[in-house]
Design a protein around this ligand. Structure first.
Ligand code: SF4
Length: 689
């Protein structure tokens, strides 16, 4: 110890990438990041994946934006904070005066802290007076939240990641868990291998979890609802349901039963292509298992019927009594590190913090009493509606932080046109992103290692991150920037530290009532709901469900078929998603040379059958053309995909290769989550170079 370099600092932080929420110590010396050391993470123990361990070079990247930038003609010049804030205040005020508060819209970030998101929605509501407020859970898990609200009342994972380990049976649907939630996947892999846990996977693509599964089924695109409902009906028809659980805890069985009348196993096989025998096996495995957990992700939610399928998953769990105990329940796997938290904080158009409705007068009265201003009374625009409203000319100003909408929103060609139409656009980010190129003002934000705050992971676990480094240049933590903007607009906010923001959150959001920074010190964490005395809720449903009579509800649901069915012109199904090494648009991970040298760019996976039919080999470039745009990418021939299905990772640094050049503007009917996975394309083979 005497030899140890005393100038090395060890600071606890939480991973900035996926929703697993791994926590670890980061070792720094001056601005150098020496090592990531996982020690006591409640979600990860001593594990991390390649991103959490090695992808931190973005922090010291020369590409960081370190001063405010103001557009001048076709490009930007550096500006002082005073000048940038004065310009923003003038433009926001003029727009509000001329067109009303709903001519402005705000987008928070699921990569930012809870405190950052709280400040953004407070700025929108209390300073500007609009509910036009959203975050990127709109792009991923809103349908899962909807399905759970309808049936069990809370839109969160039923238990902890460790509960999934205890299940007798884990079913993964539309989740490439080994690449998208790697550390959570290792726990399932371990239980499966060592404890005899059963694993069933339903996916279009034979990814690692599918290869490991005891049973792997490949439904036709966008048909998960049908096989899930077919299995549920079979269980009910055979009298295999959990009668005691239903009679004590579940309402609506008769109505639900009628609504699923047509979903026989024969019909399910006809629609999904999964053999009846496999569906029967799934039904029997669920009823025989000592607890079933269902994990799902974007393969389910990014469809026109994403909410309906999420509802069907929860219905199946209710019928089989798979709630209210460890090792059972629903596990929608959250994408970004803080996608759960951004929604918890009310960065959504219809809810203030804790899913309290903006159109509920009692809720508004509580917030108005605390904030001392009247609040807007009706639901605002979500991300999807914002883009349309800009095209229609009713939305004129946007303030977006920490999201690369011009790559990750669907139908980016349409999004680009909207950004060009805006009267005034503020982008707050640590990099000069593609989205920032459309901005009028760019504000330099700090990444996770340069700020204090909290993140809430996929299992509702609230964890603290501590500032390991000072903000680079003139950049600032997001909450501080938003406070400056609010005060430039005439507010008088005086938060000195994110802990003071959390005090306000705890006072207004019942789910966070007992959260304090002291209770989250170091590696301590709390899973919401957190009661005022600080007791938390690892297992979400113990004494019933959050409905007036304490009972869950079977929700009648209807199959929503895909919109973009293949035809003669667009004959291939285009699937898309993540890869292990990179995160989203790659603004962070591609800046780590070790990681990006391993996987320098994106590609399209083509099945061996299709490759041989078209005379294709790995490495050959093709042009994929959809009804909405085109991309040029190299081919990887692999049996992970089958038949006429293609798969392309969304992670790219080249905007011309963004998967969302191909996706359309159609969405989940209930939540407006883009139906990214519902896309048909044709493939043109480019001449060899
Ligand atoms: Fe953990 Fe996810 Fe970060 Fe990997 S990306 S270290 S699994 S939180």
């Amino acid at each position: 110890a005497a030899m140890r370099d005393q100038s090395i600092e060890r600071t606890k932080t939480v991973c900035t990438y996926c929703g697993v929420g791994c926590s670890f110590e980061v070792w720094t010396k001056e601005r150098h990041i020496l090592k990531i050391e996982p020690t006591h993470g409640p979600a990860n123990g001593v594990s991390t994946c390649i991103k959490g361990k090695f992808s931190w070079d973005h922090i010291n990247s020369e590409e960081r934006v370190t001063t405010p930038l103001i557009r001048e003609g076709d490009w930007f010049r550096q500006a002082s904070w005073e000048e940038a804030l004065a310009l923003i205040a003038r433009k926001f005020t003029e727009t509000r005066r001329q067109y009303g508060p709903d001519a402005l819209a705000f987008i928070a970030s699921s990569k930012c802290t809870n405190e950052d998101s709280w400040m953004m929605q407070k700025l929108a509501r209390a300073v500007i007076g609009t509910n036009n407020m959203d975050n990127c859970s709109r792009y991923c898990q809103s349908p899962a939240t909807m399905g759970l609200w309808r049936t069990v009342g809370y839109g969160g994972d039923s238990g902890s990641i460790t509960d999934i380990e205890q299940a007798g049976l884990v079913i993964g649907i539309g989740t490439n868990t080994a690449e998208s939630h790697p550390v959570l996947a290792t726990r399932v892999k371990r239980s499966h291998k060592l404890r005899g846990q059963r694993l069933i996977v339903a996916d279009l693509r034979e990814h690692e979890m599918a290869q490991r599964a005891d049973l792997f089924v490949q439904p036709r695109p966008a048909t998960d609802f049908v096989w899930l409902t077919g299995v549920t009906k079979y269980i009910l028809d055979e009298g295999l349901e959990d009668k005691a659980f239903i009679s004590q805890w579940v309402n609506g069985l008769d109505e639900y039963r009628q609504s699923i009348d047509r979903y026989t196993l024969a019909y399910a096989e006809e629609v999904t292509g999964i053999p009846e025998a496999a569906l029967r096996q799934i039904a029997h495995e669920i009823v025989q298992a000592d607890g079933t957990c269902i994990m799902w992700a974007m393969g389910v939610t990014q469809q026109c019927g994403g909410s309906e399928t999420s509802t069907a998953i929860s219905n199946l769990l209710l019928v089989t009594g798979n709630y209210m105990r460890p090792g059972a329940g629903s596990y929608p796997l959250r994408g970004h590190n803080n996608v759960q938290g951004a929604s918890d904080m009310g960065a959504m158009p219809g809810f203030v913090g804790g899913y309290q409705k903006v159109d509920d007068p009692e809720v508004r009265a509580k917030f108005e009493a605390k904030w001392g201003v009247p609040l807007p009374t009706t639901k605002g625009l979500d991300n999807h509606e914002m883009v349309h409203a800009v095209h229609e000319g009713t939305l004129r100003v946007m303030y977006l932080k920490g999201e690369e909408m011009a790559i990750v929103d669907s139908n980016v060609n349409y999004v680009d046109e909207a950004f060009e139409k805006l009267d005034f656009f503020v982008v707050q980010d640590m990099f000069f992103t593609r989205t920032a190129q459309f901005a009028d003002v760019v504000l330099p934000a700090s990444p996770s290692l340069e700020k204090d705050g909290t993140f809430t992971n996929t299992e509702r676990r609230i964890q603290r991150l501590y500032k390991a480094l000072e903000p680079m240049g003139d950049s600032k933590p997001d909450w501080e920037i938003i406070q400056l903007v609010a005060n430039a607009l005439g507010a008088n906010w005086n938060y000195r530290h994110p802990s003071e923001i959390m005090e306000e959150i705890a006072s207004l959001v019942p789910l966070y009532a007992g959260v304090t920074y002291e209770r989250l010190e170091g590696f301590k964490s709390l899973q919401w709901p957190v009661l005022p005395d600080g007791s938390d809720t690892p297992l979400l449903f113990t004494e019933g469900f959050p409905f007036p009579d304490g009972k869950a509800r079977l929700y009648p649901a209807e199959f929503v078929p895909p919109v973009e069915v293949s035809n003669a012109e667009y004959d291939l199904h285009f699937n898309n998603g993540r890869m292990l090494e990179h995160f989203h648009e790659g603004n962070m991970t591609f800046k780590s040379p070790g990681v990006s040298s391993k996987v320098p760019g994106t590609f399209v996976e083509v099945s061996p059958e299709l490759a041989s039919e078209r005379g294709l080999e790995s490495g050959r470039f093709v042009r994929l053309v959809s009804r909405h745009g085109a991309v040029r990418v190299p081919v990887v021939v692999t049996s992970r995909v089958q038949g006429k299905q293609l798969y392309m990772p969304m992670n790219t640094q080249d905007a011309h290769q963004a998967v969302n050049r191909l996706t359309g503007s159609h969405t989940d009917l209930s939540t407006h989550t883009p139906a990214y996975k519902d896309t048909a394309v044709r493939m043109e083979i480019l001449p060899e170079m």
